[in-house]
Design a protein. Structure first.
Length: 153
């Protein structure tokens, strides 16, 4: 038992260390982290103007099992059917790298959808975002994600 506890702590520490691999100007990294938190808040509030403002005008999204979307199709994608709600949405960066006016981050997302009939569905996956700094503000330019499934024993 004594051997298992240190091993578990080492494995946990390796995972946590990977989750905080940030390179570049700290002010830019902080703004990307804040914009990510705001994006999740916009999704949970069904704030479609906030979601739209998170992307550049030329942005493209690459949803799981779908074609590349741009322009008004991005907001149509994020618009929920009547009676639907996303009560939980979280993005956890594994890495952020900033180089001049371009940055990328990747990691994991998770969330929950409450459907019109009251049922809940949970989802999670991995993502990559390419950011562009537009007039001093970091915005998402390319946003790609796909689901991951639970490991089966």
């Amino acid at each position: 038992m004594k051997v298992l506890i240190p091993l578990a702590l080492i494995l946990l520490g390796a995972h946590v260390g990977q989750a905080q691999n940030f390179k570049g100007n700290q002010k830019d990294i902080d703004q990307i982290l804040e914009n990510t938190r705001k994006f999740s808040a916009y999704v949970m509030a069904s704030d479609y103007d906030g979601i739209a403002s998170s992307y550049t005008k030329e942005a493209k999204i690459f949803p799981n099992n779908a074609l590349i979307l741009e322009g008004n199709d991005i907001i149509q994608y994020w618009t929920l059917p009547e009676g639907g709600h996303i009560p939980y949405h979280k993005i956890t960066q594994s890495e952020i790298t900033v180089e001049k006016d371009t940055a990328y981050d990747y990691g994991y997302y998770q969330g929950q959808t409450k459907h019109k009939d009251g049922s809940l569905s949970n989802w999670k996956g991995k993502y990559v975002i390419v950011w562009k700094k537009i007039e001093g503000e970091w915005k998402m330019y390319l946003d790609i994600w796909n689901n991951v499934k639970e490991k089966r024993s």
